[in-house]
Design a protein around this ligand. Sequence first.
Ligand code: NAD
Length: 363
Amino acid sequence: SARQVNIAIIGAGGVGKCFLSQLESLAARRQNQRLVLTYIATSKKAVYSDSHSPIALDSVVSTLSSSSQAPLALPKLVDYLAASGTKTVLVDNTSSQEIADAYPSFLHRGISIVTPNKKAFSGSYKLWQDIFAAKEEGGALLYHEASCGAGLPVISTIKDLVETGDEVTKIEGVFSGTMSFLFNSFAPTSGSGGGKWSAEVAKAKELGYTEPDPRDDLNGLDVARKLTILARYAGLEVESPTSFPVQSLIPKELESVASGDEFLARLPEFDDQMEQVKAEAQKEGKVVRFVGSIDVASKQVKVGLEKFDLSHPIASLKGSDNIISFYTKRYGSNPLIIQGAGAGGDVTAMGVTSDLLKVLAQL
Ligand code: NAD
């Protein structure tokens, strides 16, 4: 029918699987009647047909795992999706830079995109410009709420603030669930109970709060990517996530050790350094936290350790929650604050699914 919308999905990992189950459950609420799945792929396998025939959602995970089809190369995928003659949404549930780099070619052909992948929006400023130009030219839609703060309404909030003419002066927050968990345990506001830094990192890894190699969290790059995205929406032409100061919590000596396990084994040698940081904050009646901030007027973006009064909302965060404070002209000195889980398959997929519903409502 004319109102049919095709959907193509890349990625079926932690977020992708949760997204698929949310997509299936839309049916129960009659929200997906226009949606037809015509392509799904992981890095190794794919399911699709030249006639764009519908792929059954209720058995898609097993269909995919037993498939012998290889994924289409990206230029071929663009052609395949455009050839259907039906409005199409691509859902990118990967963290692939290669796929992100291809967004302009999808958008240019009128294929809308929904994604939790940060790479497209936090890469070079040129890619950012190309993406939004292609979106305009192709008349496509583009939503990436979950690329910053998982299911938390962060991107939609900054867009709403800017588009309605408010002036964002500063954004500040804890943008990493891993960093949140580490510092809430290492330097609790109660003053006691925090273990050695290396022990807290080991514990976070055991509980599944870190990447397989914890250095991928401790280098601050993930936070820098989120800051890059928000700074750009706030109007700053940030060149890349490495074009502003980002404090890495990886000791220089451990940057090049071979494995994450060796890194963890040697981390205790550096506990004194972090203990000192904690003690200095304590002397001022404060706690240390790993934060990102954007000062719009001075165009300053930075990521690293900062000290906060115990009564500050950033100090009293719990568990692995994120917190993002928007200081704007309208909100004055009491910022608009968004807080809650900033990671996890189900909440991240919620960000993706709700974006998909926004696209559907407009197609
Ligand atoms: P994952 O590693 O569990 O899954 C990635 C999936 O993408 C796999 O199915 C893999 O096969 C596929 N893939 C990767 N590269 C591909 C390629 N080039 N072509 C085709 N398929 C490819 O990752 P995840 O945890 O599900 O995260 C997915 C995305 O969501 C990432 O961009 C991540 O940064 C973002 N995100 C995740 C969370 C979270 O809590 N997990 C939170 C916010 C954002």
